[in-house]
Design a protein around this ligand. Structure first.
Ligand SMILES: Cc1cc2nc3c(=O)[nH]c(=O)nc-3n(C[C@H](O)[C@H](O)[C@H](O)COP(=O)(O)OP(=O)(O)OC[C@H]3O[C@@H](n4cnc5c(N)ncnc54)[C@H](O)[C@@H]3O)c2cc1C
Length: 505
């Protein structure tokens, strides 16, 4: 029996004989428990640089033309100076550049010279989590509302969902306005959440009721009985449908970069240097200026501001973020497998279940006779009890298994077509850190060291509907600083994301 077939068997068996007791990452209550497990090493070492030989992901490697920016700028000389150095070319880093250019264009400031924005990426373009994820662009509609309301307050709980709504609908709007829907494989089909246990069902209804009482708009949520799910989709569980999309993340972020560069105009210049790992950021102050030296393996750049868009790897350059209070690199795994039945029997647009422990969606098919290719992620039970927390190496995979739901839709003897890992950035709270880096430190002996360094990172495996919005916040902060105005907080931003509410040291 092949490794993963054996695991499917074990998994099915475990469902039939054991009480269901999933330990969940990305869920407040359960992720707390898992994240409170002390790290193996004390003190926790900072993350390493991204590995040299990452596993091959469907999004990056399945077609030769998927990543036209893969090695962009890797041989071009680095500029000696820049106004803003963004470290990391994922959706956050590219998002900061995109939003800054939009802000500059909309404001039409009178400028002496264009603002020089440089993106530095350790490996190929989008080779981090954004190029290795499950491709879901689904804002959470209401799950966990009651926990958030109890932990924070009603306004904060509401903003958790508003930020996701804002981010996902902005991305969809940009895609549609620019006519990129087919280039980025945007699929609007909604997302089905399957509820596997009575407790999950009860909790989901409670969250829904509390969220509705708090005036969250849930008009587009549709509850589905077990019979309805079984008849329509072939899985014997109740659930609910929420609005959502799937997308080819690499193609989307490539478009965003190209758009930003084409629109930089008179206000900004944007360049990208891949295969240029940043190994240090140092700081110098002279009488009337304060600059950072961003050191790479190909030379150094003198930068007025630095943006850390390195997510799981943040603690490599910001070592005080290593450990449970900071950003914990956590390995996730995804695979593609061919369904054994046609699209008439794979109707589910995209789904997740086991409280986020498993998710999949079928890729759009190009020929009528084709069996759909399914992108499957999750399977975290396979790496229990460590859940691969503190693992920052995406050059290896772990044996994974097919989910037991939608039985009969796969040939258990077929091998996955591709299987890869990626590194997520977990935080204890489950929410990212957004804002000036200096604010993370209670005591900051060198007050200027982090003053004009910014961070947006730590999305805890749920970044597609959050990162681009957090990048917008960083761009607004930098824009406010440049134009000598006060930064005004967007209505949709949870307070607890802001670095000054999240001191780690
Ligand atoms: C397996 C997996 C499945 C996921 N599934 C989903 C999903 O279905 N839906 C969802 O919403 N989210 C999902 N996520 C999470 C989501 O992909 C991330 O939250 C999001 O992509 C983070 O974007 P980012 O730009 O902040 O980070 P990244 O995309 O990781 O980008 C950071 C970049 O920084 C670079 N870098 C790091 N250190 C340095 C350095 N020192 N110098 C230069 N460059 C550096 C890295 O190489 C990387 O390219 C998943 C993640 C993984 C790994």
């Amino acid at each position: 029996m092949k490794d993963w077939t054996f695991l499917v068997f074990c998994f099915l068996l475990s469902w039939s004989i054991m009480p269901v007791n999933p330990q969940i990452l990305g869920k407040l209550e359960h992720s707390q428990k898992v994240l409170e497990t002390p790290p193996l090493e004390h003190p926790t070492p900072p993350a390493k640089l991204p590995s040299h030989n990452p596993t091959r992901s469907f999004w990056i490697d399945s077609s030769p033309d998927a990543n036209p920016l893969a090695g962009h700028g890797s041989k071009d000389p680095l500029p000696s100076e820049a106004d803003i150095c963004i470290i990391g070319a994922g959706i956050t880093g590219v998002g900061v550049a995109y939003h800054l250019i939009e802000l500059l264009n909309n404001a039409s400031l009178s400028v002496k010279r264009p603002l020089r924005i440089v993106i530095l990426e350790a490996r190929g373009f989008l080779s981090g989590a954004t190029g290795r994820n499950g491709g879901h662009l689904t804002p959470a509609a209401f799950l966990e509302f009651s926990q958030r309301q109890a932990l924070f307050n009603t306004a904060e709980a509401i903003k958790s969902y508003e930020l996701e709504q804002h981010t996902a609908s902005l991305l969809v709007k940009i895609i549609e306005e620019n006519g990129w829907a087919s280039d980025t494989d945007l699929v609007e089909g909604g997302h089905i959440n399957l509820l596997f246990t009575e407790k999950e069902e009860k909790d989901a209804h409670k969250d829904f009721d509390m969220a509705r009482q708090a005036q969250l708009n849930l008009d587009d949520v549709e509850w589905l009985s077990k019979e309805e799910v079984e008849e329509e989709y072939g899985a014997p569980y109740p659930g609910f449908r929420e609005p959502g999309h799937n997308v080819w993340p690499l193609k989307l972020v490539t478009k965003l970069y190209q758009h930003a560069q084409a629109h930089a105009g008179q206000y900004a210049s944007l360049s990208l240097h891949t295969r240029t790992p940043v190994t240090a950021v140092t700081h110098e102050t002279t009488d009337n200026s304060s600059t950072y030296t961003v050191v790479t393996n190909r030379g150094s750049i003198s930068c007025s501001r630095v943006v850390h868009a390195t997510n799981a790897y943040s603690s490599y350059l910001l070592p005080f973020l290593a450990g449970p209070a900071g950003i914990i690199p956590t390995r996730g795994q995804v695979m593609t497998t061919r369904a054994s039945v046609g699209t008439d029997q794979i109707k589910t647009p995209s789904w997740s279940g086991n409280e986020g422990f498993a998710y999949w969606f079928p890729r759009p098919i190009t020929h009528d006779t084709e069996k759909p290719l399914i992108i499957i992620g999750g399977g975290r039970e396979a790496v229990s009890p460590s859940y691969e927390l503190y693992v920052d190496d995406d050059s290896q995979t772990h044996p994974l298994f097919l989910p037991s739901v939608f039985e009969g839709k796969y040939d258990p003897d077929s091998e996955p077509e591709m299987e890869w890992t990626g590194i997520m950035g977990y935080t204890k709270m489950g929410d990212p850190f957004v804002g000036p880096v200096a604010e993370l430190l209670v005591a900051n002996p060198d007050g200027d060291l982090y003053k004009k360094q910014y961070i947006a990172a730590g999305y805890t495996g749920h970044g597609m509907p959050r990162a681009f919005g957090c990048a917008e916040v960083i761009a607004q902060m930098i824009f406010a600083e440049i134009s000598d105005k006060e930064w005004k907080e967007p209505d949709w931003l949870p307070q607890r994301y802001l670095t000054w509410n999240r001191r780690v040291e």
